[in-house]
Design a protein around this ligand. Structure first.
Ligand SMILES: *Cc1c(COP(=O)(O)O)cnc(C)c1O
Length: 402
């Protein structure tokens, strides 16, 4: 009898979204290698290697550095729940859906949580955080380096300065930015930093790399109350990821293989080269998008996050129809807006494996065709041509100097 439910055959999409990104064939191969047990002596070596790679990507020597068995939101949850207990006060910097998620999660704790906001499309002003902190004892200041809902980059150092003035732990969400945007956890003295496996690292979703400074570890030891989660209590999780390797929970072993391989690719390329590549590809994409007569949400170029470009949907163009055409005709997935930006923007992701010249050109060509079919016309080849101009300039040293 044939099974009415057929063999799994997903479409072959190019995922130019703010996550998950498409992944390198090497990562698929790692994912498909044979399983071992999570207590197997061989797997211990694999865990060590995974942690060594992660420390390099985070640019840290923190002992507590490992992938949580959770998506990026689990990283937020772990960072916040371990930092806060009754009587504490915290400040969350909110400029979009994902930084707001940290605020929402912090409100699940018994701590008093203050919010400091910026409009979508702009970073929070550290001076506003200083004003709210004044006269208070602030245990934690949280922010997102890359706000994925709007494509905004926040400079971390001014917030470290404020955190120093008030003796606060600095918690930074790098889910959308790690391995794409400059980050030095130790040099920038970030206390808790976490990310997601499926964005610029380009591994499958399901893991949240996290790293904890010795100062934050001490704050955890000084807690008077238990962390409000057993699963995400970072001290007990470290019994497994630390030198004792005691059973805590069964980690997603195959995902750890995949993450390990994806990180090897990141480091083969080199962090600096990878940061530069993300910047160049976004420059090319932006030139192309502007040549398509589209406007960007983030006005100030220095606030633009290299992994996510938010483009205003032009009037007369139907959001869903446009995105469905990209899927059906070109096998390309992009994302729409979230919350107040729904129906207003498209979010074009250039994360990790997807941050490549051929994909940028493919996306621009597909966008041009789909826009034109809805009556938004530009001179043929304008988008691809403008992007190519950026690449030619960057690849020609004599021109790049200008
Ligand atoms: C994607 C994302 C998250 C949430 O990650 P999930 O894996 O969807 O749970 C959190 N923060 C930022 C900045 C993100 O981009």
């Amino acid at each position: 009898m044939t099974n009415p439910i057929g063999e799994l055959k997903p479409p072959n999409r190019l995922m130019m979204t703010p996550g998950p990104s498409s992944i390198d064939p090497r990562v698929y191969r790692a994912l498909a290698t044979q399983l071992v047990g999570h207590m197997d002596p061989w797997f211990r070596g694999c865990m060590d290697e995974t942690q060594t790679l992660l420390r390099q990507i985070f640019q840290t020597e923190n002992r507590v550095t490992f992938p949580l068995s959770a998506s990026g939101s689990g990283g937020i949850e772990a960072a916040v729940l371990n930092s806060l207990e009754p009587g504490d006060e915290a400040i969350c910097c909110v400029n979009g859906t994902f930084s707001e998620r940290m605020y929402v999660i912090a409100q699940h704790t018994p701590a008093t949580v203050h919010i400091v906001q910026a409009p979508y499309g702009k970073p929070v002003d550290p001076e506003d955080v200083r004003k709210v902190a004044k006269g208070r004892k602030i245990k934690m200041i949280g922010l997102a380096q890359g706000e994925t809902s709007s494509g905004v980059l926040t400079e971390i150092d001014p917030f470290r300065k404020v955190a120093d003035e008030f003796g606060s732990l600095l918690v930074v969400d790098t889910v959308a930015s790690l391995a794409a945007v400059p980050l030095h956890v130790d040099k920038q003295r970030i206390d808790i930093c976490f990310s997601g496996s499926q964005k610029a690292i380009s591994a499958p979703p399901g893991m949240s790399p996290i790293t904890v400074s010795p100062r934050a570890e001490e704050a955890f030891r000084n807690r008077k109350s238990k962390v409000q989660s057993w699963y995400f209590d970072l001290s007990t999780a470290m019994n497994y990821w630390g030198k004792d390797r005691l059973y805590h929970h069964t980690p997603p072993i195959s995902l750890i293989y995949a993450l390990r391989e994806a990180m090897r690719i990141v480091l083969e390329e080199g962090l600096e080269a990878r940061w530069a590549k993300h910047k160049l590809n976004q420059h090319a994409l932006i030139s192309g998008v502007e040549a398509l007569d589209l406007k960007l949400l983030v006005e100030n170029p220095k606030d633009r996050l290299a992994t996510v470009t938010a483009v205003m949907i032009p009037s007369g163009v139907n959001d869903l129809k446009f995105r469905n055409q990209l899927l059906d005709e070109f096998n390309i997935e992009i994302a729409g807006g979230l919350g107040p930006l729904k129906d207003k923007i498209w979010r074009l992701g250039l994360m990790g494996y997807c941050s490549q010249k051929p994909f940028v050109l493919q996306l621009l060509a597909a966008m041009e065709k789909s826009l034109s079919d809805q009556g938004h016309r530009v001179s043929p080849g304008a988008g691809v041509g403008a992007a190519l101009g950026v690449y030619i300039k960057a690849e020609t040293p004599a021109l790049a100097a200008h």
